[in-house]
Design a protein around this ligand. Structure first.
Ligand code: OOG
Ligand code: MG
Length: 255
């Protein structure tokens, strides 16, 4: 029997204290279902500390991300209010193990979204779309993991930052995305890299959360997944993601 509660405490403690741990699978054999149960229990520990659930994130929705991490299956994770960084704020590396940043698109839902749904139905539940960035921070040493390990670790979720909201009927099909460190482009991509079009990621988010018996809720933010490979953060960088037609979102990094 896999001790879900114990493994949930292990990943939650590592995230809470920003300390790296060996991959759970080194000592324990567990399934993908177990991994999502560990994730759910670890998020419950955060909710028990007073955090509020405010969304979900999709992972490995682009080829660039799959290639960078060597995994081919879409995954998802749970977001809380404590993970949210205000646009323009400064984060301290002290709160992370080895954070990386990736350019994303975010959706804000105005009503619950179940599954099955078409892309048009998914869009009709959207209140706004925004340029965004996710700060991922695997709790595993050297940012190395199996599919089960990364799922148990809440899909490397650590922080996310969302820029100005735009009307939900904004065309998201093929928007240029440029992520800069101190004004120098470090990753260049397109929203089309996210499953061909980010709305498909929202449909997948509806499917995966419905399969988990949760669904997507009104007021939630859905992060569609990195459009490019992620970049390691270092002290002194000012990070900006500019998305064609959606403006930009930024944050700074200190020691
Ligand atoms: C896993 C999280 C993947 C994305 O946007 O593809 C992800 C990782 O790369 O550590 O957030
Ligand atoms: Mg991501």
């Amino acid at each position: 029997m896999v001790d879900i509660a114990k493994l949930a405490k292990t990943v939650d403690d590592a995230a809470h204290k920003a300390r790296s741990i060996p991959q759970l699978s080194e000592k324990t054999k567990y399934s993908l279902d177990d991994a999502y149960a560990i994730q759910s229990a670890s998020i419950q520990r955060r909710l028990d500390r007073g955090e509020k659930r405010n969304g979900m994130k999709m992972g490995f929705t682009s080829r660039a991300k799959m290639i960078q991490m060597g995994l081919n299956d879409m995954i998802w994770g749970r977001l809380t209010d404590q993970m949210m960084v205000e646009d323009g704020d400064t984060i301290s590396l002290k709160n992370y193990v080895h954070p990386r940043v990736e350019p994303e698109i975010a959706f804000l839902l105005k009503r619950p979204l179940g599954y099955p749904c078409t892309a048009a139905e998914a869009l009709s539940a959207v209140d706004g779309v925004a340029p965004a960035m996710e700060i991922i921070d695997s709790r595993y040493r050297n940012f190395k993991f199996s599919l089960e390990d990364v799922v148990a670790d809440n899909a490397s979720s650590s922080s996310f930052v969302v820029g100005p909201w735009h009307r939900p009927d904004t065309d998201l099909e093929n928007l240029g995305m440029i992520m800069e460190f101190n004004g120098r482009p470090v990753q260049i991509g397109s929203s089309a890299a996210i499953l061909g079009q980010p709305v498909r990621s929202l449909v997948s988010a509806a499917r995966l959360t419905a399969e988990a018996g949760e669904g997507l809720q009104a007021g939630w933010i859905v992060m569609a997944g990195g459009a490019t490979a992620a970049e390691a953060l270092r002290p002194g960088v000012h990070v900006r993601n500019s998305v064609q037609g959606l403006g930009s979102v930024a944050f700074s990094v200190t020691e």
